[in-house]
Design a binder for this molecule. Structure first.
Ligand SMILES: [Zn+2]
Ligand SMILES: [Zn+2]
Length: 315
């Protein structure tokens, strides 16, 4: 593809692509943090450009995530959250004539509970497990969610962090986020600090449900597993992932928050992208906005896309 600029909103893998270098290399727009995290994940973004006319706004999704405002007219959100979560601040939302907004959770049923009540319930559950002398595994996707979980649950001792997550925690710390330091899982195992008859906590990647890591842990230590994801709004989610418990907790806006973003931005035209794009555009039209999915007529096998999207929540 020939283009002048490439915008990289953040360093989740569904937003990073390797492009073949053409005759003229496009300029890359991204935050420094995104460039550093992408580099750690094996994607070299090259020199970043800061041309006049582009404004980059924090979108509160993961460290370094930004939205792109072009000439004060068009705003693309990338992935966005307007909820404060541990060290993550809510997104900044500009006024714009045209808004391109992500719609991952753009369906009415996806309304998330307050973080405080999720924390309250999760802490009660963990304290019951500590009382019974059982280990607990907390699962979230490895970049973004796992760092927030590390911070939100750092008061539990002992707390260990799966090795790949610890690398990301270190990167967050290098980039200026105050995140508590914990022992890596492999070292704890080597030192014999883990056992099935005493309580400890492990922060692990949600995708470990599929790669065998979690089944290894479950077989060896019989912990209870608690997942954190926006998809947990769906009752079937924990069964789909084979978890004991799960809580709706997301780094994206829920349905009401998406509407709030549109209202604050006050656009003349809205385009929706990702997830429930057609459904969210419909909802916006019923609220009086001129809205369409950016990709019209894409293949919508609802159940299939629903389940596979839920399982993909590990970027
Ligand atoms: Zn993302
Ligand atoms: Zn995404």
């Amino acid at each position: 593809m020939e283009c002048d600029y490439i915008f990289v909103s953040h360093a989740h893998l569904d937003h990073l692509h390797r492009t073949r270098i053409k005759r003229t290399r496009p300029k890359v727009i991204a935050s420094n943090a995104t460039s550093k995290i992408a580099c750690t994940r094996g994607y070299e973004l090259g020199n970043l450009c800061y041309d006049h006319g582009f404004h980059l706004l924090d979108t509160g999704h993961i460290l370094g995530s930004i939205g792109l405002l072009i000439a004060d007219q068009l705003y693309y959100t990338g992935d966005i959250s307007i909820r404060k979560r541990a060290f993550m601040k809510p997104a900044l939302i500009p006024k714009a004539k045209v808004l391109i907004i992500e719609s991952t959770f753009g369906r009415e049923e996806y309304v998330f509970p307050k973080i405080e009540s999720v924390m309250h319930e999760a802490n009660i559950l963990i304290s019951e497990m500590y009382h019974q002398g059982r280990p607990v595994v907390l699962l979230g996707y490895p970049l973004g969610k796992a760092q927030i979980l590390t911070q939100l649950f750092h008061h539990w001792e002992p707390l260990f962090v799966e090795d790949s997550i610890l690398v990301m925690n270190g990167l967050y710390s290098d980039l200026g986020v105050s995140i508590s330091v914990h022992k890596r899982y492999s070292l704890a195992e080597k030192e014999g600090l883990l056992s099935s008859d005493k309580p400890w906590i492990l922060i692990a990647p949600l995708n470990s449900c599929k790669n065998g890591f979690l089944s290894h842990i479950k077989k060896k230590y019989a912990p209870i597993t608690i997942g954190f994801s926006g998809w947990a709004v769906k009752p079937g989610y924990k069964y789909l992932l084979g978890l004991d418990h799960c809580f709706p907790f997301s780094d994206h806006c829920d349905y009401n928050e998406l509407i709030k973003v549109v209202e604050i931005c006050g656009p003349e035209k809205v385009y929706t992208v990702h997830g429930f794009d057609a459904e969210f555009a419909n909802s916006l039209r019923s609220l009086g906005f001129d809205a369409d999915p950016i990709q019209k007529g894409k293949n919508r096998d609802e159940n299939k896309s629903n389940n596979s999207t839920m399982l993909k929540d590990w970027c």
